[in-house]
Ligand binder design. Sequence first.
Ligand SMILES: [Zn+2]
Length: 295
Amino acid sequence: MLRKHSVTGGPKKTSPIQVVLSTCAGFTLRLSATSAVRLVYALFVVRGVRGLIVFPYGDFEYPGPMTRRGVVLIVAVGVVAAAAFVVFLADPFNWLAQSEPVPSYVIAIDAGHGGRDPGAIAEDVEPNVYEKDINLAIVEMLRELVDAEPDFAAEQIRTLDIFISLEDRILQAAEAGAEVYVTIHVNSYFNADPHGIETIIDDTREQDDDAWVLAELIQSSVTEATGARDRGTRSQESYLQRATFPAVSVETGYITNPEERARLIDPAYQQQIAQGILNGIRQFIDWRYPANLSP
Ligand SMILES: [Zn+2]
């Protein structure tokens, strides 16, 4: 929309709110509130939507003969206005830049079990140790680490000691636009011997599925970060097959092994697990999207 400046000689209906720019030189230059809004709007349009430019118009009137002082003043105001507009367009102080990069990758992290489903339980110690609590503690730490990455955004599936169905966990991750899905668990066995970490994917995945790469990278980085025994990666029948994105279950240790159980309830060790898992996720994203690697 392009309109000419309205130049009038006589009394004129004007906006009640006016900024009187100058009355000292035999003319009056008023910028009505409407025109001020239009001016601001036009500046945003110029910066925002290319191809659509709206020019503001003001209420400009000079009842008497124009004096030389008036002409000089009008030219001066015009030069200042033009300079301000150029500075606005060039944005030399970067006022218009976004201060934070927008996270590109949603990382779904889940604490296995919860609520009425405690997962594995160590009943031979007081107080009893529940898998669901260890899972949630590690996921809370992992969320902090994920959200600290400028291009990651964590989608924490279970945040409380509540029951969530396996279907709903995958659904929540899918609705969040998850790039990967990592669920945290603790293993158990009928005797105290086994210990160590393993990472599991579902058995519907082909050999070239990205889930294998995610599992291998997490498994190697989490065993490196913790020094735990590396039990490797494997596939088994799992609800993870519902996920269209790479999904893994990290079995972070054996609650039935007294030494490993003692480590699993230690916040310092939980932090090592979380850091190891984050490192694996980072390596996976950098492998999956090599063009986005920062220089
Ligand atoms: Zn479990």
